[in-house]
Design a protein around this ligand. Sequence first.
Ligand code: AHR
Length: 497
Amino acid sequence: MSDAEFTVHTDATIGRIDPETHGHFSEHLGRCIYEGIWEADEADGEGVREDVKELLADLEIPVLRWPGGCFADDYHWEDGVGPKDERPRRRNLFWAQGPEELPEESNAFGTDEFLQFCEDVGTEPYLAANVGSGDPQEAANWVEYCNYDGDTELADRRRENGHDDPYEVKYWGLGNENWGCGGRMSPEQYAREYRRFATYVGTQSGLMLDHDLELIACGFEDHEWNRRFLEEVSKSAWGADFPLDHLTFHHYYGRTMSVAEADEDDFDSFLAGALEMDDHITRIAGAINAVATTRDIGVIIDEWGAWHTEAVSENGLEQPGTALDALSAAVVLDVFNDHSDVVTMTNIAQTINVLQCLVETDAEEAWARPTYHVFDAYAPHKGNEGVRTTVDTPSRELEDDEELPLVGGSASTGDDGTFVTLTNRDCREDHTVTVSLEGTDPEAVEGQLLFGDQDPKAEVSKDNAAEFEPADLDADLDGGTVTVELPAASVATLSLS
Ligand code: AHR
């Protein structure tokens, strides 16, 4: 007997699911860049890791944010370009990294290495400029170095450094967490700084460049802060009322949960924490709609994911890669689909070795974590039209009047038909789910199941990585309805055509 009913309203479209919704984030932190993307911390390091590059290229990641994070607001891009032996070694104010685990930055990996890596992987770069300790001139120069095709010293410098053609970097973030590590600013203070930076960075979109830049402002999980920022940023006597294309916030969850010590109640609270993403998106979109009435501003969540007590600065924010964390990523990707009318990009933290990374490495090998398989399985949503779904599901009462709906999912339509993703967030019990499609009559179904055989706490290692790959899901169509058995703590996909 079915105990959850999931209905897809294929005619009730929400908005296109921007492929950038499946974006990623990389920072000069721990083993993300050095030992992750780049072979070594040394100036004469051998270069990009081919194994990592291949895994990311296979996943067709749409966008990669860099260089931070908190690191971005103490980073001076000119330190990281030009001959390697002339690049200065600097502090890394926030994070230890590299083989020596020192709060230092060799600058072996800089702008040209990052942008070349993006070209090789086939992904759009998203650069975060230094607002906290930098100035608008430095940010504007960075845009010119990367993107200008004319006859200036900076454009020539890029050519001398090996890249003749402009990189055409489209996404420019102005600062990172400027309410926190990016300068501890009030919303009004950041709004004034932001406006100055946006003037010198954004103006290049005009005469100098033949492509548009998309400017990204930092918001907060405190939505009153966002409202105050938006009100202040528009107080200019001249120019665009709202000189931003996207407003961001970050959402990490599981911060008080130790993977090793967690029990089933902790799993519930953790997944409820992931679901809070829904409310945050609604609230930030509400602030934008209420204040920025003259502009269409997208919502970006440019850092998100599980962050457990195991991940501390001293270990480069490394934590085990579990089936549970991967399930939470599926839950969150479904939430993003439900908000495809406002979400323009998201970036899970952080691509390699750090926090809820997709890829883990040691000196010899790179392997996919369970979260990698969720992104891969959810890929057919990219570029599709998000559509409304309703779910009749059992739920569990948690502490603090919270409730965890035990079954959820999302759906989208495109050239290949309807694509449905489902999660069983119940880590104790299996659930039988009936999926019905309104507005279309599919003739065929194919399904995949992830983590059906795994304990939620199952940890990936290079020896067992293949065990987290998806399996075929038993799914039969009967009169336009599909019934599937979802094991506890599992993820499923259905392609209906
Ligand atoms: O991803 C780790 C850190 O979390 C980032 O540097 C910062 O932006 C956030 O607080």
